[in-house]
Design a protein around this ligand. Structure first.
Ligand code: SF4
Ligand code: SF4
Length: 361
């Protein structure tokens, strides 16, 4: 049992996407269209999330705009009382669809970008015309009076463009910019040697972000997600396991984080079979790493145990094979040095080819 209440629902409406970003956080084993939840089930899930205490829903994917019922889903979330945020590649967003979505109750749009150079951005997105579509969509979002966040995923191929990315977001009229270094889950692990920047390049980019934060205070909020592999302490992944966020995958599995399905030996309940509230409170998966009791040394008794909650379970598993060990991002972890060496070796790699994300691997 738990008294905790989720703040947000991450609704992965589909894994279909016209883009093929090599750092996509979706799993390698993508859910097929035929396995996706229908409108009625999502409508129930939104109502259950709101009843459970969630304040907002992130309508995500894949690309949520490929769902023909996207306006209906936005409206269902809105009527449930959730603040609605569309997380989109913007490919397929037209003036007409945006007007419909706004009328349905959409409040916020987050557009991801691959960079500032059109040709290079399209190459990373694996989609010709993506950069142009994003530019045009951002203009429409601002004209519609909706809040706009730009999300820029940073890696070796675009880290030199961080200053230009900040200028671009400001020029587009965004209220918020996420400068988010690649997090190594899903497809990003498969492409780590092609994506990892050098530590000195990360430090130079971080300085640019910090300076811009001060310069643009009051105009543009800049969130900075640093690369775990160069950190000394982990982030509280998802605000702590089973503490703040529920992820519902396209096929209805309820997960404590979007990568949790990669962990072995965990059974995930499905919203097709159980109410969200019951899953949140009682399911084995949500309880497994909730709180501090599961923690090994050095987390057990650490002063940061209730700050970072031991870091990311999926990263611990990906790097050590053990999901119940301290996240190697932490300098107190016995695996930290090994992780640093991996990052240094990947950053020195001359591999510049990507395995692009697509259904079927
Ligand atoms: S990261 Fe790229 S490929 Fe993955 S869902 Fe977003 S736009 Fe699509
Ligand atoms: S030892 Fe564990 S709780 Fe302490 S800082 Fe490191 S990851 Fe966080």
């Amino acid at each position: 049992m738990t008294d905790l209440r989720p703040i947000g629902l991450l609704a992965e409406l589909t894994h279909r996407c016209p883009l093929g970003c090599p750092y996509c956080s979706n799993p390698l084993d993508l859910v097929r269209a035929g396995q996706e939840l229908d409108t009625k089930t999502w409508t129930r899930v939104f109502a259950e999330a709101a009843e459970l205490g969630a304040l907002h829903v992130h309508l995500s994917g894949g690309e949520p705009l490929v769902r023909k019922d996207i306006a209906e889903l936005v409206n269902a979330a809105h009527l449930a009382g959730l603040y609605t945020n569309l997380i989109t590649s913007a490919v397929g967003l037209t003036a007409q669809s945006l007007t419909e979505l706004r009328a349905a109750g959409l409040e916020h749009v987050q557009i991801s970008i691959q960079g500032v150079d059109t040709a290079r951005a399209d190459a990373v997105a694996h989609h010709k015309g993506a950069a142009k579509a994003k530019r045009e969509a951002a203009k429409l979002v601002v004209e519609e009076g909706l809040a706009l966040t730009v999300n820029a995923v940073i890696h070796r191929g675009n880290i030199a463009d961080v200053a230009a990315i900040i200028d671009l977001a400001e020029g587009w009229g965004a209220g918020r910019l996420e400068v988010a270094h690649v997090q190594y889950h899903g497809w990003a692990i498969a492409n780590r040697a092609s994506l990892m920047p050098a530590r000195e390049d990360f430090l130079a980019a971080a300085k640019i972000v910090e300076d811009a934060r001060k310069r643009l205070e009051g105009t543009l909020v800049i969130d900075h997600v640093i690369p775990d592999y160069y950190a000394e302490r982990p982030k509280a992944c998802m605000g702590g396991w089973g503490r703040q966020v529920i992820v519902v995958a396209p096929d209805g599995r309820a997960l404590p984080c979007h990568a949790a399905a990669t962990l072995p030996g965990l059974a995930f309940d499905n919203v097709r079979e159980k109410p969200l509230g019951e899953i949140w409170t009682n399911s084995e998966a949500f309880q497994k790493f909730r709180g501090t009791e599961w923690m090994p040394k050095p987390c057990q008794g650490c002063e940061r145990a209730e700050i970072d909650w031991g870091g990311c379970r999926c990263q611990a598993f990906a790097l050590t094979g053990n999901p119940a060990t301290t996240d190697p991002v932490c300098a107190l972890s016995p695996d930290h040095q090994k992780m640093r060496e991996m990052a240094t070796a990947d950053a020195a790699s001359t591999n510049g080819t990507y395995r692009f994300r697509r259904i079927g691997g």
